[in-house]
Ligand binder design. Structure first.
Ligand code: MLT
Length: 267
């Protein structure tokens, strides 16, 4: 069912009495990037997906977003549904949101899944790159940025062998309101680091990365997993930065196995 909560487009699937998983998408995508997880996991879990403010069908407003506002949005959804100890799963920008949320509200969650993401904030070089992107969008338009940025997120074999999926993602990315896309960029470039918080994570955590992820490669993600006590680490074959989309069966098995072993057994 589709709902509007706090001006955000939110979708829920499955039975609310079951263990909840809340999925937070990456940049510049929308909730549909979790379609394959929703399809398979909704029989066993209660699934919540949503469009981050400014992207997809969520409210764009003035496009002035911060990571803190994204965290507040996520908590408004969790509070609205009154979810009990949901598992929080975020990919890349969704991972930044998840990590900052857990830093603030760890006791409200049953588990954490971090896909293709990082705890470091942007360094100066990263900030300048984001400024360049905002300029590209202003001068040449959103499509130009998407054509240059998004192909790099996929593994080469996904681009060749899953053409329909690839074309669909490209089309959706180009359909966002450019103001909302720039708002996400500003929120990312001004976010705080959660590196020092990693050793303080006490809830069960799964760290997942695509074998061919160029943005947050496996050695970087492994290091992150090593900083989190009792975390599990998995590398998805045949996947780049978008592992849940590119190799959904591997990612779904990892999520289901992890929740069964570490979250449900604990409850
Ligand atoms: C994402 O996939 O969410 C973005 O690549 C993250 C980023 O640009 O830092």
């Amino acid at each position: 069912m589709r709902l509007t909560i706090n001006s955000l487009a939110v979708y829920e699937y499955g039975n609310i009495k079951k263990q909840a998983i809340v999925f937070v998408h990456g940049f510049p995508f929308d909730h549909t990037m979790w379609e394959e997880q929703v399809k398979v996991l909704q029989d066993k879990y209660y699934i919540v997906v949503y469009d981050i403010r400014g992207l997809g069908e969520s409210y764009v407003g003035d496009g002035q977003f911060t990571m803190e506002a994204f965290v507040n949005d996520l908590m408004s959804i969790i509070n609205d549904f009154d979810l009990h100890k949901p598992v929080l799963c975020g990919l890349s920008m969704g991972g930044y949101i998840a990590l900052r949320t857990i830093e603030k509200e760890q006791n409200k969650f049953g588990g954490l899944i971090l896909c293709d993401t990082r705890a470091e904030s942007d360094d100066d070089d990263g900030k300048l790159k984001r400024a360049d992107v905002i300029n590209t969008i202003n001068v040449d338009g959103l499509a130009k940025f998407i054509d240059g940025f998004v192909p790099n997120l996929f593994a080469e074999e996904t681009q060749k062998e899953k053409k329909e999926l690839y074309d669909n993602v490209m089309r959706k990315c180009k359909s966002h309101n450019p103001l909302g896309v720039k708002g996400s960029l500003i929120a990312m470039l001004s976010r705080t680091s959660t590196v020092d918080f990693l050793p303080k994570i006490k809830i069960p955590t799964l760290v997942l990365v695509g074998a061919q992820d160029k943005l947050t490669p496996p050695p970087m993600m492994r290091k992150m997993a090593e900083s989190i006590k009792k975390s599990e680490f998995g590398i998805a074959p045949r996947a780049g930065h978008l592992a849940p989309l590119e190799n959904p069966s591997f990612v779904n098995d990892m999520i289901d196995g992890f929740i069964g072993r570490k979250v449900l057994k604990k409850n």
